[in-house]
Unconditional design. Structure first.
Length: 195
């Protein structure tokens, strides 16, 4: 992915198509009830939750991602996470991992949306960028190919990156409290509790 300021961020596509890595296995163990996986991609986490016997729903705008998730046995819908979704206000947990805090380019709006999906006391498990990353918001696009100038460019979309140091103000602005900061395998996650 290329951020508006020309910063290239490699996308771990192979990782997304494999099983959940240990950091994410540890993260999803925190899910003990119905869980909605926002920006589920090929459904590795949604399927892992369902294998544990939990009600789990993946949501993604990509038809290919939803097809792949369903192929893994996961329940998945092709829908924008900001559009109406099943079970609003009744989910115990919401997942925003693999950079999905960037969806829509407005992390506070996205987390407020998560709060609306969760029941009181529900949690959002969110991956943030490493300490010191700050906040970046703007337009991004995905490329395919390999070498710069030799790749195909997809359409631009709004995106954001948020450093873990901003977890508290971000959570407060969206109606959450920070329950835990979880550094797992050189990645940074926060567990937010809906107030």
């Amino acid at each position: 992915m290329v951020l508006g300021d020309r910063v290239r961020v490699p996308l771990p596509v192979r990782r997304w198509h494999g099983p959940p890595e240990p950091a994410l296995t540890e993260l999803v163990r925190r899910c003990t009830g119905p869980t909605i996986d926002l920006g589920c991609g090929p459904g590795r986490l949604t399927a892992a939750l369902a294998e544990r016997g939990l009600v789990a729903l993946g949501v993604d705008v990509s038809a290919v991602a939803v097809r792949l998730a369903r192929g893994r046995g996961a329940a998945a819908l092709r829908r924008d996470v900001l559009a109406p979704l099943p079970g609003e206000g009744r989910w115990a947990h919401a997942l925003l991992v693999d950079g999905n805090i960037g969806i829509g380019g407005d992390p506070v709006r996205l987390l407020r949306r998560c709060a609306g999906l969760l029941r009181p006391g529900g949690t959002a498990l969110v991956e943030l960028a490493p300490p010191g990353a700050g906040l970046w918001r703007g337009r991004a696009y995905v490329t395919s190919g390999g070498r710069a100038g030799d790749d195909e460019r997809g359409p631009a979309f709004r995106w954001a990156r948020v450093g873990v140091e901003l977890a508290q103000p971000l959570a407060s602005a969206a109606g959450f409290g920070v329950a835990a900061v979880l550094p797992l395998d050189r990645r940074w996650f926060v567990e937010l509790v809906r107030r």
